[in-house]
Design a protein around this ligand. Sequence first.
Ligand SMILES: [Zn+2]
Length: 343
Amino acid sequence: MAPTLHGATPRYDAGLQQVGEGVWAWIQPNGDWGEANAGLVRGTGASAVIDTLWDRTLAREMMTAYAPHLAGAPIDLAINTHSDGDHWWGNAELPDGIEIVTSDASLTAMHAEPGPGELGRMGALSRRLGPVPGPLRGMARYVGAMLEPFDFRDVILRFPTRTFSGTLDLQVGGWRLSLLEVGPAHTPGDLVVHVPDAGVVFAADILFVDATPVMWAGPVEGWIAALDRLLGLDADTFVGGHGPVTDRAGVQALRDYWEWLTSIVAREHAIGRSPMDAARIATRDAEFARFGTWVRPERMLISVTTIHRALSGKKPVGHSPVVRGRLFADVATLGRELDAERQ
Ligand SMILES: [Zn+2]
């Protein structure tokens, strides 16, 4: 098996995976940074796609794999599940003129997020600073490695053409696609796509599987409610935004993670500990044996910070490069500490 985008040994199969009659997931192991999943629903005479990955090379490769399934049923609808670039920056590879749907809140966030030019510059700067000794070294190495597999130079942002809030039912080639806005949780405008007649849900980044979730927006209560909503749907197959295809047990596992993490952060916040110390304490908790094997356990610090800030009545960290840079410096430190303990 070819290594993952980040050069790791894949823990499960990559590429197109059929999850129902006429329904496929596009899977990028191991659910590390930017290793996002997507989906295809082929109907009679028309098809729909869900998400388009982080850069044009990845999007093109996915479209090439979709092509044999699109004979007589071209793509005439795309859905973007949320505002993170690894789920929609490949939109330029979609057929011209088709409708692209997302939530109102996601479209607003897409316009507010740093664009491909900024991310490209951040990657280049990180690669330059990585070898230089000093306080920025750990952060620069981490962010440099995070962005390394992706090429943002020729990304052309193509924004969604139709938005909604709440729920929206769409018909594509005889399929009903039920779009449910469940954010804010991972991001401000998360939505999931339920295909009731196939028993499949494309849950995007509301569902990380064997991969540590990242909560930028919160609140965590909203994320837990979103997972409960998934568990209440008539479906047995769940395609998360990162990680392998799963069943209801996979949804429940993430719910367990949030319950566990929230209780630790609430306890440590109450006695005045910082997010970093709360995260360190969580990694020494007995339950961590269950969650520490998920890809990138150090990403926990981002979610701990969001929960901790909410408990202090503060907003999420936002987009400031300085604030995010400081947070990534601590994420890198926690990652190094966990690596050292594993050896
Ligand atoms: Zn993602």
